[in-house]
Each structure stands twice: as structure tokens, then as C-alpha cells.
Design a protein around this ligand. Structure first.
Ligand SMILES: [Zn+2]
Length: 331
């Protein structure tokens, strides 16, 4: 009933409106069946869609979206969805075909690509851009407003509801962004170097004034070359970088190679983290939400690189702080 020919894309011409003559009735049809690819996108849709949507997220905590292939159940879920939200920009690199097939019969909204085209209309799908848009909280706030507009287009009866919730979330994200700018600015200038498993933190570095380096590139598909690893070891030793960071969705071996390389040259570097780069933290925890994920990343990076941030983070809700608080204390 909700079929029709939909086009997906990052330009404003694309629409998620139902074909003329079709009207969605919540009372009759129930909540809108939404499928989201990654947790960061799913969390936006769930927060904004509230009781009017039923969101299923395909990739859980610790899953690497660059390498993830759709299962048979995922394909079924996509076929049963009324609307699909993804990040786009090749983040879901192995799902490109299944998602473009899905887009023939229902709207597929690439929220990351839409955010980028909003800030720079010269950008389009074909460019190989950094897909990790959620790392700049102010950009993800734009994403919140975008999701609100998209849901309002699809389900005009709920427009007021979606737009109000999107606005409320976007304001909250703007506050988190301000917290990020504040605490990350406390890192001594010479220590503003963030080294992680792969290049997921480009937008983070740009937003919060930190130089970033990844062992692997924008995708985790290709392994780092020895030359690149040696270059990073040079940076660690020459700039006296004290900590390098694991990521929850990437194996530790790349980071371990750096630490070994630095040690061989007489520089001891600590392994910190993990940061949540491409997947939310465990379901049911604060870190399992987008806000908790970024609060964790911001707070941990600030503290590990010599800045000042409360152990409990922006809202005092980080689990690291709870563990510390409940651990026995020896004086
Ligand atoms: Zn990534």
C-alpha cells in the first residue's frame, strides 16, 4: 500500500512524500515502520519519531559499518520498512547495492549526505567524502532537524509533533557541542593530537580544534601500509603524544603496532579508550545513545590528552564515572 517509485539522493529535489491520493493513518496503520542502518541514525529517528515510529536498527554496538553485509533478515526488514534511513557517503560500503534496490520501492534517506549537501551544495553523492558526520555534534543537530522534516513530509498528520521534537533535540545537541568545544579547548595546545584506529575523527578534529591521525583510512576495508605506520610512530615520538585510542568497532592490532613501534624507539605511549567511532555503545546504557556516545568520546579525549572534564561527562551520566564511584577506595 505504501509502495510507489521513490528516488533517494542528497539533493533537495528528492521527496519522501507518499504518492498523491495515498494518506497514512496512524490509527489504522500503526507506527511507521522505519529501518535504520547504523545506531547513530536509528537513535535520531527514534528520538524524533517517538511513539509515531517503530525503528529497527540493523547494526548494533561494536559493529563496523564499513564491513557490514546485509543478512537475509536485514533484507526482509528493508522490504517491510515504509521508510529507510541510512548515513550514506559510502559508510555502509557493502550495502550500497541492497540499499539502492530498496530505494526503487520505498524512500531511502541518506541523512549524512543530506547534511553535507545542506552545508555545501557543491558536494554530491559521487565524491568520496568523510562519511563520519556525527562526530561534529553541530552537524548532527542539523541532521536532527532534517529527520524531523523528512518524517513530517512522509506523515503530515504528525508534522507538528516531529518538528517540535526535532527542534528540542537539536537544541540539546547544540548544548553538547558547546560542552565539547569548552572541555576540548582545555587540552594543552601541543597535546591536541588524536591518534585512532581509523580516520573516523576528521569532522571531530575540525569541529573541536584537534589534529587527527588514523592508522587506517576513511574506511576500515584496507590495512595500513608499513610506511604509514612508521610515519605515525614518528609523530608519536616527535610530538611526545602520551595516549593513542582504540575504537570499539575496530580490532586493536593497528594501535598495538604503533605502541610497539614507539616503544622500540624509547617512547612509552599509553593505550586509551575505546572510543565509540562508528557504532553506539552497548544497548540500554547511556553510551548506547548518540548523546552518550559523543559525551563519552569528548570527555575521554579531553581527560586522556591532559585537559579538564568531569569524569561523569556533560550530564554526569558516563558509566566510567559510576564504576569509579562504586569502586572501593584505599587511602
Ligand atoms: Zn569509519
Amino acid at each position: 500500500m505504501f509502495g510507489g517509485c521513490h528516488r533517494s539522493g542528497a539533493d533537495d529535489e528528492s521527496t519522501v512524500r507518499l504518492p498523491i491520493g495515498q494518506v497514512r493513518d496512524q490509527a489504522l496503520n500503526g507506527p511507521i515502520k522505519v529501518v535504520a542502518t547504523v545506531g547513530m541514525v536509528g537513535d535520531l529517528v527514534r528520538e524524533i519519531g517517538g511513539s509515531r515510529v517503530a525503528v529497527r536498527t540493523l547494526m548494533g554496538s561494536g559493529v563496523d559499518p564499513h564491513l557490514y553485509k546485509a543478512t537475509r533478515n536485514d533484507v526482509l526488514a528493508l522490504l517491510q520498512a515504509e521508510i529507510v534511513f541510512q548515513n550514506g557517503l559510502l559508510l555502509e560500503g557493502k550495502m550500497v547495492h541492497v540499499l539502492s534496490r530498496t530505494a526503487h520501492s520505498r524512500p531511502v534517506v541518506p541523512i549524512g549526505a543530506e547534511i553535507l549537501s545542506e552545508i555545501d551544495e557543491r558536494l554530491h553523492d559521487g565524491d568520496h567524502l568523510d562519511p563520519h558526520i556525527w562526530m561534529d555534534v553541530s552537524l548532527w543537530a542539523r541532521g536532527a532537524r532534517r529527520v524531523g522534516q523528512r518524517l513530517a513530509e512522509y506523515d503530515p498528520a504528525g508534522a507538528e509533533y516531529y518538528l517540535a521534537r526535532a527542534e528540542q533535540l537539536a537544541r540539546q545537541l547544540d548544548e553538547l557541542h558547546a560542552y565539547g568545544r569548552q572541555v576540548l579547548a582545555t587540552i594543552p595546545e601541543t597535546s591536541r593530537v588524536l591518534v585512532t584506529s581509523h580516520d573516523a575523527f576528521g569532522w571531530f578534529g575540525q569541529a573541536y580544534g584537534i589534529e587527527v591521525f588514523g592508522v587506517q583510512g576513511l574506511s576500515t576495508e584496507s590495512e595500513a601500509g608499513l610506511r604509514h605506520v612508521n610515519l605515525l610512530v614518528d609523530i608519536l615520538c616527535e610530538r611526545h603524544v602520551s595516549a593513542v585510542f582504540l575504537e570499539s568497532s575496530v580490532p586493536a592490532r593497528g594501535i598495538a603496532a604503533l605502541v610497539d613501534g614507539a616503544r622500540a624507539r624509547g617512547w612509552a605511549v599509553r593505550i586509551a579508550g575505546p572510543l565509540y567511532s562508528d557504532a553506539l555503545g552497548p544497548a540500554g546504557t547511556y553510551e548506547g545513545t548518540y548523546i552518550g556516545m559523543l559525551d563519552h568520546n569528548i570527555t575521554l579525549v579531553a581527560r586522556e590528552l591532559g585537559g579538564t572534564a568531569p569524569p561523569g561527562g556533560w550530564q554526569g551520566r558516563l558509566s566510567g564515572a559510576r564504576e569509579q564511584a562504586s569502586a572501593p577506595k584505599f587511602h
